[in-house]
Design a protein around this ligand. Structure first.
Ligand code: MN3
Length: 218
């Protein structure tokens, strides 16, 4: 993932800009990654520049322990650091449709038992993503009870200080879909399900389970 402390760098896409066509268009990917994400990276570095004691903090630490940040940069770190973290997760959790494999293993089992079926999960996830008012994200997480849960987060807030573990994340800011889908977020969500990286979601789920067990043993 590149360097994870100040100065933060733009993480390259793990696939070509046109690799998600026709579901997510190349022009959107260029703007989204090269303009929007780059701006969050630049702004985060500018905010941290005069705070050398924070230069050894990872992005996760800055966001999970944001209450410990100096007041004058608190909001800017949440907005810009969150913008970097959320986008890095979002871009990494997509892949070309041709490489998509069917969901299997423990995550499929957990989805079936929580939501009834993968199709029911998709319908519920879509409904919740449509309910994000304004800008934000929708995520599948493992919560502190060890259950799967769909959660929304506003603006560039992350779920890092919510005590939940991220499995899957969709960006529903208009900049993620407006060029291709105009205002129709529902079409974008349907398209996104064709390029979400399900094998990565399975790996994330396994990591979340291990973290959950470790936390329970504290
Ligand atoms: Mn975005």
């Amino acid at each position: 993932m590149g360097q994870n402390t100040y100065p933060f760098q733009l993480v390259p896409l793990p696939y070509a800009y046109n690799a998600l066509e026709p579901y997510i268009d190349e022009k959107t990917m260029h703007l989204h990654h090269d303009a929007h994400l780059q701006t969050y990276v630049n702004n985060l570095n500018a905010v941290l520049k005069d705070h050398p004691m924070l230069h050894s903090w990872t992005l996760e630490q800055l966001l999970a322990y944001s209450d410990m940040l100096p007041e004058e940069i608190h909001t800017a770190v949440i907005n810009n650091g969150g913008g970097v973290y959320n986008h890095n997760f979002y871009f990494a959790n997509m892949q070309p449709h041709a490489q998509q494999t069917a969901l299997s293993g423990n995550l499929l089992h957990a989805i079936n038992s929580e939501f009834g079926s993968y199709d029911n999960f998709k319908a519920k996830f879509k409904q919740q993503a449509l309910a994000v008012f304004g800008s934000g994200y929708t995520a599948l997480v493992l919560n502190h009870n060890g259950s799967l849960e769909i959660m929304n987060t506003a603006n560039q807030n992350t779920l890092l200080n919510e005590g939940v573990c991220l499995i899957m994340l969709i960006d529903v800011w208009e900049h993620a879909y407006y060029l291709k889908n105009y205002n129709v977020r529902a079409n974008y969500i349907d398209n996104w399900f064709n390029v979400v990286n399900l094998s990565l979601a399975e790996k994330n789920f396994e990591k979340c389970i291990i973290m959950e067990v470790q936390n329970a043993n504290w």
